[in-house]
Design a protein around this ligand. Sequence first.
Ligand SMILES: *[C@@H]1O[C@H](CO)[C@@H](O)[C@H](O)[C@H]1NC(C)=O
Ligand SMILES: *[C@@H]1O[C@H](CO)[C@@H](O)[C@H](O)[C@H]1NC(C)=O
Ligand SMILES: *[C@@H]1O[C@H](CO)[C@@H](O)[C@H](O)[C@H]1NC(C)=O
Length: 263
Amino acid sequence: MALKRAFAALALASGLLILPALAEEQEKCGQASYYPSEYTCYDDKTLCPIQFSLATKPCGGGCYSPEQYSCEDGTIKDLPEATSPFSLTFSGVRKTFRDLNVKACGRYLAVGANARECHACTAAGGTNCGSYQNSTVLLPGGQMASDVPGHQFWYIEPSSGILRYTEALAGNSSVWNATIPEKEFAAQNVKVYENGLFTWTREDATTHWWMACLVTLPGGAVGTARSWRIYAPTYVNMERGDCEIGRIVAKAVDRNAGAYKYP
Ligand SMILES: *[C@@H]1O[C@H](CO)[C@@H](O)[C@H](O)[C@H]1NC(C)=O
Ligand SMILES: *[C@@H]1O[C@H](CO)[C@@H](O)[C@H](O)[C@H]1NC(C)=O
Ligand SMILES: *[C@@H]1O[C@H](CO)[C@@H](O)[C@H](O)[C@H]1NC(C)=O
């Protein structure tokens, strides 16, 4: 059931199934009529579908997602893989889920009004805490853009599929490698495009979407202090009915936009 809903949402997002939003006025693109919430009209002649509230663009007779491809002389090409530090935004189908900043706190990455962005710094050892901007920044390859001695790593938790990060580790990164037995869930299986999609390769396929699922934070009564944690679309998670499906997009930022430590 939940699975069916998920696929319906996907079909809707890719323009395969067109359900006009209530009370939305149609507009004209050349001779064609369209709903501006579902399509973008280019040069009064080409309609390209909006996917997960992100516009696609025309290229050589088709449409492409600029978060995954570029268009060069009418040919669609893969964007390069990210080499820069990046921050993330989540974009779901619903308007309230557009361009939400992914925030790190308490070893989880979450979105929504109640998601907190946490940072810490100790000036001991001559650290210049004032030089950090404290945004949630990730590095390609699996580290958080923090400067603690043992480093911090982002990963997908194998038992739950939750996207999260480690505390500052006491040792060094080889210690962390040893604690991740299932490589499917390691950062190596997350492909990030430069200023583009954050994708996960499951055992059978690369998924270009994630799920934001509502959780009640510890100590919060139901209905309060709830945020949306990011989940990978494992088969178990796809059965859930309480999640928003969306895409995650990386935006290249400066390394020092990050924090000394993400608590
Ligand atoms: C970032 O946080 C540290 C403390 O963790 C603080 O000293 C510093 O001023 C903050 N930077 C900004 C830009 O707010
Ligand atoms: C990193 O950890 C490994 C395993 O504990 C250890 O053998 C190695 O010497 C450490 N390297 C550094 C640079 O601390
Ligand atoms: C961690 O594992 C990856 C791939 O398995 C490897 O490329 C990398 O060098 C390892 N890092 C360390 C510090 O051992």
